[in-house]
Design a protein around this ligand. Structure first.
Ligand code: IPM
Ligand code: MG
Length: 359
């Protein structure tokens, strides 16, 4: 049966990089028999400008009626001073919550061809292959109460709430353990159990969940130490599982180990492996519209979509091999360019991947 993909380019470089990923999907359709149809929707600041909201109902309905969502990025200077309820980021958070995408998979893989592009020494990062599993629909991002209130003395007080129920922790734990079973069978759960009761419970639930996976080695780390270990000796990690906010921070840190945030895809899955796929980088308004952005993270997000939602692992392999081949050819967008390589634009990078896919 034909599967449906909602395509949401969003803001800034989102437009350019999604265009390249759509080209890749169209080649899979025309040349390799992928049976999908695509429909575009508005999200983020672009949606706000057109409709007054960063997540129009039509977009959420389209996404709910689709098997998978391909998202570019949201946000930009233009919308930074809007009230928080209508900022572009709310569109993204509304999609995550509205589609119940609680499991966010953020791989940090170093392509050997890019070892020199990392700010860390090649020996620290070579061979790096970490999977960060971030809880995505709970924690302080969504906890109530939240807001800014006036105190009796006239001062304002801002507050947010870090909250997790046991079932929210155990279901993200299960995702992490399942993934570890297909990898090196090690899970490091990251918390702040020495200070925050909520994450002390998180740790207890992880230990309980882990009993169902006796083959997986479970360890625990405080988030401050985890941040330090990620830049000191990142190869000690296999799968990391953590809360929404800690995962937000640690995944940016892990991304940088690989040389460029422009290389890393992500998947956000619900309980039935329906998912939203997006690069982990943002909308980069400073380089938007200049054909400078790296489309590889978005193209690799299509590979994750093929693997996790569309059940087409051979096509996913084809994309990933093509990306490797293009890097072997020395083709680089500006963010991953080093001396001696060929600097190319967004569209030429997309074309190069397609040529390599066709072999
Ligand atoms: C991310 C982003 C988002 C987040 C923003 C854009 C709301 O930083 O996906 O990591 O904080 O989750
Ligand atoms: Mg982030």
């Amino acid at each position: 049966m034909t599967k449906k993909i909602a395509v949401l380019p969003g803001d800034g470089i989102g437009q350019e990089i999604v265009a390249e990923a759509v080209k890749v999907l169209n080649v899979l359709k025309s040349d390799f028999g992928l049976d999908v149809e695509m429909e575009e929707g508005l999200v983020g600041g672009t949606a706000y400008d057109a409709t007054g909201t960063p997540l129009p109902d039509t977009t959420l309905d389209l996404c709910k009626a689709s098997d998978a969502v391909l998202l570019g990025a949201v946000g930009g200077y233009k919308w930074e001073s809007l009230p928080i309820e209508v900022r572009p980021e709310k569109g993204l958070l509304g999609l995550r919550a509205g589609m119940e995408l609680f499991a966010n998979l953020r791989p940090a893989i170093l392509y050997p061809q890019l070892a020199d592009a990392s700010t860390l020494k090649p020996e620290v990062v070579s061979g790096l292959d970490i999977m960060i599993v971030r809880e995505l629909t709970g924690g302080i991002y969504f906890g109530q109460p939240r807001g800014v209130r006036a105190l009796d003395n006239g001062e304002r007080q801002g507050y947010n709430t870090l909250v997790y129920s046991e079932s929210e922790v155990s279901r993200i734990g299960k995702v992490a353990f399942d993934i570890a079973m297909k990898r090196d069978k090690r899970v490091c759960s990251v918390d702040k159990a020495n200070v925050l009761e909520c994450t002390e419970m998180w740790r207890e639930v992880m230990i309980e969940e882990g009993r169902a996976f006796p083959d997986v080695e479970l360890s625990h780390m405080y988030v401050d130490n985890a941040a330090m270990q990620l830049v000191r000796a990142p190869k000690q990690f296999d799968v990391m599982v953590t809360t929404n906010m800690f995962g937000d921070i640690l995944s940016d840190c892990a991304a940088m180990l690989t040389g460029s945030i422009g290389m890393l895809p992500s998947a956000s899955l619900d309980a039935n492996s329906k998912g939203m796929y997006e690069p982990i980088h943002g909308s980069a308004p400073d380089i938007a519209g200049q054909n400078l952005a790296n489309p590889l993270a978005t193209i690799l997000s299509v590979a994750m979509m093929l693997r996790y939602t569309l059940d087409e692992p051979a096509m996913a392999d084809r994309i990933e091999s093509a990306v490797n081949a293009v890097l072997d050819q020395g083709k680089r967008t500006a963010d991953i360019w080093t001396e001696g390589c060929e600097k190319i634009g967004t569209d030429v990078m997309g074309d190069a991947v397609i040529a390599a896919m066709r072999g």
